[in-house]
Design a binder for this molecule. Structure first.
Ligand code: SAH
Length: 340
């Protein structure tokens, strides 16, 4: 049996059609699920009893559960327990422009980036699309407010769980689903080139963010093992292709690691690597983790790095830090319950 929160409206329409029903029933079910937020088919009062029973035989409402919440001023971190006793985390961020959620896409992660906490646990399994939808639904229910943007930057590599992540995006982007605009959805990847090429074909207006973190292959090989499979030159070419074909500006994420990737020469190297591309660079102050060999760059070094990129004509921002006090910041999420 499939969980109803992992079903796209189009698939539900097909289900109804193949059962000799009208396809608008899918729209009605979506309204019950995502507008009226009922928790059973029985409550869907404009749907005939026999159809309700049929739906009950085919789809479940099983939920992931909130196991723990931690909060500071602008951030709330949620630990979710999944049906098989695995755990993932999601983070709610209260921006001045609205509420956004950083969702996890996998239990653990296989990418092995040397500085990231999430990769401490190798991938146990992909998250199902309903498990990603429910992270948002449960947070909305908890705070009684609507989430207006979603970043797929929690635990996991979203493009290593491509099909479920795409279904998830279509469900939350559906005007009758969670109605989160494509331009308010961001997928962040360490650079799985063939999957970025697939993403181009989806014709979605979502944002793509690339975790670059190094301006050359020798350094990137050392800190991000994925670079051994997909080299920088090809990644840059793919970014170019993505922005040309989708007409979207790509975000380049660059986490600032003290003495590793934050010197003046590296800033110049990064500027020439990105020259002429339709990108903007987001410098991320490193959030320190149990990987004690990595430290956060000094404020002065971040400013110097920023200035060099600016002088070279790039658009640059530094990421606002959220949640580091409760280990809810980028790269600090884990697939296990941590008792503090
Ligand atoms: N696997 C995806 C998404 C998850 S990580 C990806 O690689 O993009 C989200 C972002 O946080 C990535 O850019 C990642 O490199 C960065 N990150 C990881 N650990 C971090 C840390 N400790 N401090 C700051 N950013 C970190």
């Amino acid at each position: 049996m499939k969980n109803i929160y992992g079903i796209k409206r189009k698939d539900l329409e097909e289900y109804f059609l193949s059962n000799g029903e009208k396809k608008y029933k899918a729209l009605q079910v979506f309204e019950w699920l995502y507008e009226k937020k009922v928790k059973s088919f029985k409550e869907m009062s404009n749907i005939k009893k026999e159809i309700q029973e049929e739906l009950e035989k085919n789809f479940t409402f099983d939920k992931i559960k909130i196991a723990k919440k931690q909060e500071d001023k602008l951030t709330k971190k949620y630990l979710f327990k999944l049906h098989d006793d695995n755990f993932v985390e999601a983070v709610l961020m209260m921006h001045d422009y609205g509420l956004s959620v950083c969702v996890s896409s996998e239990v653990g992660c296989n990418m092995g980036c040397k500085f990231c906490e999430s990769g401490r646990l190798k991938k146990v399994r992909n998250l199902e699309s309903y498990e990603m939808v429910e992270q948002i639904l449960l947070i909305e229910e908890d705070i009684k407010k609507r989430i207006s943007s979603v970043v797929i930057m929690g635990i996991g590599e979203p493009l290593d769980n491509y099909d479920n992540v795409m279904d998830f995006i279509r469900i939350i982007n559906d005007a009758k689903g969670l109605a989160i605009g494509a331009r308010h959805i961001t997928v962040s990847t360490c650079g799985i080139i063939p999957k970025i090429k697939d993403l181009i074909k989806e014709e979605l207006q979502i944002n793509l963010a690339i975790s670059l973190h190094a301006p050359n292959n020798s350094l990137r090989d050392k800190i991000m093992p994925i670079n051994k499979a997909y080299k920088l030159k090809d990644l840059i070419q793919t970014i170019k292709e993505y922005s040309e074909k989708t007409n979207r500006r790509v975000t380049i994420e660059y986490v600032m690691l003290k003495g590793v990737n934050d010197n003046v020469t590296q800033a110049q190297e990064l500027a020439s690597l990105l020259k002429g591309l339709n990108v903007y660079v987001n410098l991320i102050p490193y959030n320190e983790t149990s990987h004690i060999e990595f430290k956060k760059s000094s404020y002065d070094d971040i400013v110097k790095f920023y200035d060099i990129l600016k002088k070279n004509g790039l658009t640059v921002t530094t990421r606002k830090e959220f949640g580091s006090k409760i280990d809810a910041a980028c790269g600090q999420l884990r697939s296990k319950e941590v008792i503090k």
